[in-house]
Design a binder for this molecule. Structure first.
Ligand code: ZN
Length: 247
């Protein structure tokens, strides 16, 4: 991504988010993709991957998605897209779900966590006041692609087209219970406490979507499914923003 950023008029790398674990310095890499000008105010969306270190699918999907945007910047028209491709750098290095301190970082948000990665990401979530938050995950217990929605009411209108688009590459998980939660047409509305999310008191709530790819399919299909779902969410949300002033 740094190689892309070095030659891109749209992509900016930011390597200032450092933290120390066990005497070693680590970094949560951050990238900003500035889309061509759209409406008045840029729409700020945060895209997070690799918070579970053993889920490289999301990390690679972000890279594929950035390449897609580089080739077609108009896909990001009107957007400021903040990418956090590796939210759990020590877990990613070790190939473990948890960070090196032994914590599942995706259960630690907004609960006074002492985990430095969580504190850094919380600071990003506060300072950027995102209009939308998308997190990418892998589920090794599912045979299909699915999503989890939270936040703004319109979120449910974003997930269905995204799952439809992903179905070109991977089947949808249509079970009535996924990961212990009730599900319908591949959509879950509940989550574990402490997942990466908007600051609790923020109003209006941004849209919040978690995309889950099954682990078993070939790498290429997983990356395409996640990337096309991201593209579709941006397309659909832009339509809402354009329509909203006329309501
Ligand atoms: Zn995960």
């Amino acid at each position: 991504m740094d190689q892309i950023a070095a030659h891109s008029p749209n992509l900016v790398a930011n390597h200032d988010a450092h933290f120390e674990v066990g005497g070693e310095t680590h970094e949560i890499p951050r990238y900003l993709f500035v889309g061509p000008k759209g409406g008045d105010t840029p729409i700020r969306v945060g895209i997070f991957a690799g918070i579970h270190g053993d889920e490289p699918e999301g990390v690679r999907a972000v890279i594929q998605f950035i390449k897609l945007l580089e080739a077609n910047p108009e896909l990001a028209a009107g957007y400021y897209l903040s990418f956090y491709p590796v939210c759990n750098p020590t877990g990613f290095e070790d190939g473990t779900r948890h960070s090196r301190s032994g914590k599942d970082l995706n259960r630690e948000f907004w609960g006074n966590s002492s985990e430095l990665e969580v504190q850094l990401l919380q600071a990003e979530l506060v300072s950027h006041s995102f209009n939308g938050i998308i997190a990418l995950h892998t589920d090794d217990t599912s045979d299909g692609f699915y999503g989890i929605v939270r936040g703004a009411t319109l979120t449910k209108h974003l997930i269905e087209p995204a799952l439809c688009a992903a179905e070109k590459f991977l089947p949808r998980d249509r079970r009535s219970v996924i990961d212990g939660f009730r599900a319908r047409n591949g959509v879950i509305r509940d989550v574990y406490d402490g997942v990466l999310s908007a600051p609790p008191k923020v109003r209006p709530r941004p849209f919040e979507i978690i995309l889950e790819t099954p682990q078993a399919p070939p790498v290429y299909l997983k990356e395409c499914a996640l990337a096309i779902a991201l593209k579709t969410i941006l397309d659909e949300y832009r339509k809402f923003i354009a329509y909203a002033p006329n309501l």
